[in-house]
Design a protein around this ligand. Structure first.
Ligand code: KG4
Ligand code: ZN
Length: 332
């Protein structure tokens, strides 16, 4: 069964073709990132217009890459939230049009859940039940995932998301946007123990908080003279973020007696996070599932894959589906 996945929740226009929920035949992403960089963040209007301009072209290229004709597509899967409303609507409009024209079913996919499904691509094994950690530009969520349909939220950020903290600290350090990859690279040359930035103390809860850390970096930078130890700041800030993510994820595994941990979202590309998670997996005897680097960021293969699984159980989603910008992780 061939699923065409469509993802337009933020600044990436992504189309993928996935066979039977696992095998990627094509996975294309056209990003409008360069158009946003001068503003230091994604401008929703610009992102929406860019989706309109390129989506048909990306679709044609994806079909060509997969060696598939549009008539051979069996199912359409599309992200319907969370995300920017204008951007989401472009993907949903294309999905509805294709579903009607080709007379194939349509399923709506939750973007956050799709991020965790990324580890199931190119892998046939059933990895449920597991603890999931989603870390992206807009979200930091810990979830208990019993099977593909039953998910329960265990914790989330109380203020900034992990990726957002990277982006804001990069702005304080005048590095550019997006901050995650830039800080990741710089941190490799710095000493993570050079500066101690505070870790939020939320007691027994499995929530996160990163805005105090961001403010601590801001005050530290303001106190410096002309010479700002930028590499050490990057490494020390990153260590504080990664410590919080790894600690909570491990505590969730312990509390719920689950020995599998799945990570997804843009920040799961972070080299220090990946290293620390691998270490803790070895030390504590848990299994860790990290997406391939190109599947950490927004893509449509994860949407097609999860869409296929949802269709197998529930069949088609209603054709009158609409965008849900604030969709929660607990919804399908
Ligand atoms: O999942 P994603 O592509 O988009 C959202 O759904 O938000 O994540 C983008 C976020 C950005 O905040 C970016 O700074 C962060 O992921 N990011 C990273 C890395 N690569 C991307 N953060 C830390 N280290 C990285 N290597
Ligand atoms: Zn995302």
């Amino acid at each position: 069964m061939l699923t065409l996945g469509i993802e337009t929740s933020c600044d990436e226009t992504a189309i993928a073709i996935v066979e039977n929920g696992h095998k990627i035949l094509a996975n294309l992403v056209a990003s409008s990132l360069p158009l946003h960089q001068q503003y230091g963040g994604v401008v929703p209007e610009i992102a929406t217009r860019h989706h309109v301009e390129v989506i048909n072209f990306v679709l044609k290229k994806a079909l060509k890459k997969a060696g598939v004709d549009l008539k051979e597509i069996d199912l359409i899967a599309v992200t319907y939230g969370p995300g920017l409303v204008g951007s989401l609507l472009i993907g949903i409009s294309l999905a509805k049009a294709l579903s009607l024209a080709l007379e194939v079913p349509l399923v709506a996919v939750n973007h956050l859940r799709a991020h965790l499904y990324a580890v199931c691509l190119e892998r046939e094994e059933n990895i449920f039940p597991f603890i999931g950690l989603i870390v992206s530009g807009g979200h930091s969520n810990l979830v208990s995932c019993r099977d593909i349909f039953n998910w329960r939220s265990l914790g989330q950020t109380q203020d900034d998301a992990a990726g957002e903290a990277y982006d804001k600290v990069a702005r304080i350090l005048n590095l550019g946007y997006p901050g995650g990859p830039l800080i990741d690279r710089l941190a490799k040359k710095g000493n993570p123990g050079a500066i101690f930035f505070p870790r939020a103390d939320l007691g027994e809860r499995l929530d996160f908080s990163f805005s105090g850390l961001k403010t601590a970096v801001l005050y530290f930078v303001k106190k410096q003279g002309k010479e700002i130890p930028i590499k050490d700041i990057a490494a020390s800030f990153q260590e504080a973020v990664v410590d919080a993510l790894v600690n909570n994820a491990w505590r969730a595994c312990q509390k719920y007696r689950v020995n599998k941990l799945v990570i997804g979202g843009g920040v799961s590309a972070n080299s220090r996070l990946r290293e620390k998670l691998r270490n803790i997996a070895l030390e504590k005897g848990i299994r860790i599932f990290l997406p391939q680097l190109d599947l950490c960021l927004d893509n449509a293969a994860m949407v097609a894959g999860l869409g296929y699984q949802l269709y197998q159980r529930d069949g088609e989603t209603k054709k009158n589906l609409s965008a849900e910008p604030n969709l929660s992780i607990e919804r399908l």
